[in-house]
Design a protein around this ligand. Structure first.
Ligand code: HEM
Length: 453
């Protein structure tokens, strides 16, 4: 086993560390700054940066740790040239039981091995085949949405993407089986936020673990047939990819764990992104019109893979919404060795966080960062091109999101069908409030009204 990996496996969960030489403040005894962190992460980090600078200690969720701010720090942590930042060490305590051995819960050489195999299910031929099932599903799904009256966009897109996911990920037709898979998955995701984690019937945790058990059985039973199948759904592609290696490939248990984790990684992040985009479009109707014109120019009723690159305006809107509201506002790691950053020694087994949400609003890189301005991503302005790690909604380095192209493709297919059929509004003066942690989602579900064009 890789040396760094061995060290990562041996880290105690609540270590005794000396961080007092680092500027900052632990907040209240025991609970630290947890309430502020949950209520107003962005404000908390901005104040901390102003008071203490870009390297600061703190204490949230019963863990003392260090936050490193700015693009250089993002690069240092995410590129991790010395293999000292463990992703598993940071994520496993929260996600390990529900999303066992998912890709983000693996480190170093082992992670690299699994990632290389999984990448095949994200290559261009695979992505264009997902597009075939997404187009009709999304086009018909949005026709079921209420018109001329307010409804929660967040709930509507969540359930639409679940249905689309059942077919894209598993090749299932909507019906009782897909419904059961979706319910089990939703129970599992809900449980990832549970504080009480005991197997007591009726609790969120219990339902989540039962959901996991159901999905394990469901996925495992299908693996032998999917290995032989030539179907285009994600699951079949992954099963085939697992065998195509010259080396040992992936075990059935690995495939099962990866599938369950992938659903998790894909779903709420895309739901969050589309909520941010639709909110921005409702507040800026001129952008709805610009995107519509872009779709009219294509002159077709379904998007093909080769069209995606032509949708430049849509790409800018996608990027700007992710700048303003990165679904994962904080990315954590745990050190497996002592490290030094900007003259500060950070001891082994320290939680180290970087904060995309903070970097995305730094005035040194972004003009009027609080304004929705997709043109900042145009080639003429190229505000995002000053530092490779200044726009990091998908992370970067070893664990950079595998689903970037998938997420962009799905978002574009949705916007294409949605804006060609409807205009979208929010009530006058409405401002969406975000719950920022653990994922950025609208607190009130984003009430919108849509009207057919
Ligand atoms: C806009 C939507 C999405 C956003 C903002 C997003 C964001 C992220 C981020 C920030 C990470 C890195 C976390 C870390 O370094 O600790 C990540 C990892 C990952 N994402 Fe995404 N994601 C999105 C959609 C998706 C989709 C659609 C899929 C799959 C279809 C996916 C699959 C993954 C996987 C497998 C990883 C783990 C990569 C690794 O550890 O090597 N994501 N994502």
């Amino acid at each position: 086993m890789h040396e760094a990996q061995r060290k990562a496996e041996r880290l105690p969960l609540f270590p005794r560390r000396k961080l007092d030489h680092i500027p900052g403040d632990y907040g209240l005894p025991v609970i630290g700054q947890t309430f502020r962190f949950l209520r107003d992460l962005q404000g908390m980090v901005e104040e901390g940066a102003e008071q203490y600078g870009p390297v600061l200690r703190g204490s949230v969720l019963f863990q003392r740790g260090v936050t490193l701010l700015g693009p250089d720090a993002n690069e240092f942590v995410l590129r991790d040239q010395d293999h000292v930042f463990s992703s598993r060490g940071a994520w496993n305590p929260v996600l390990g039981k529900l999303f066992r051995n998912g890709l983000m819960l693996r480190d170093f050489a082992d992670h690299k091995f699994h990632r290389r195999i999984m990448q095949q299910a994200f290559r261009k031929p695979a992505l264009s085949s997902y597009l075939e099932s997404m187009n009709p599903h999304i086009a018909s799904g949005i026709q079921q949405w209420p018109r001329y009256r307010s409804f929660s966009f967040f709930q509507a897109i969540k359930s639409l993407l679940l249905d689309v996911g059942a077919s894209t990920f598993f090749g299932l037709r909507m019906g009782p089986e897909a419904k059961k898979v979706n319910e089990a998955f939703v129970a599992e995701v809900d449980a990832s936020l549970a504080i009480a984690r005991l197997m007591i019937p009726g609790t969120t945790w219990y339902r989540g673990m039962k959901g996991r058990q159901f999905l394990e059985g469901f996925v495992s039973d299908l693996i032998p047939a999917r290995k032989q199948s030539d179907a285009n759904d994600f699951f079949s592609q992954l099963c085939r990819a697992s065998q195509e290696e010259d080396g040992p490939g992936l075990s059935d248990d690995d495939i099962m764990n990866h599938m369950i984790f992938l659903l998790f990684a894909a779903h709420d992040t895309t739901t969050s992104t589309l909520s941010s985009i639709v909110y921005a479009l409702a507040k800026n109707p001129q952008w709805q019109q610009r995107l519509r014109e872009e779709y009219e120019e294509l002159g077709k009723d379904e998007l093909e893979y080769k069209d995606l690159g032509k949708l430049e305006q849509t790409t800018r809107v996608f990027r700007e919404a992710l700048r303003m509201h990165p679904p994962l506002p904080v990315i954590p790691r745990r050190t497996v060795d002592d490290v030094e950053w900007q003259g500060y020694r950070i001891p082994r087994n320290t939680m180290v966080s970087i904060v995309p949400l903070h970097t995305h609003y730094m005035e040194a890189y972004w003009s009027n960062p609080r304004t929705f301005d997709p043109e900042r991503f145009s080639p003429e302005r190229a505000e995002d091109k000053q530092h490779f790690y200044q726009w990091i909604p998908f992370g970067g380095g070893h664990h950079k999101c595998l689903g970037i192209n998938f997420a962009e493709l799905q978002s574009k297919v949705f916007l294409f069908h949605f804006l060609r059929n409807f205009s979208v509004q929010v009530r006058p003066g409405y401002r969406m409030k975000y719950q920022q942690v653990p994922l950025a989602v609208p607190k009130d579900g984003l009430p919108v009204t849509i009207k057919p064009l």
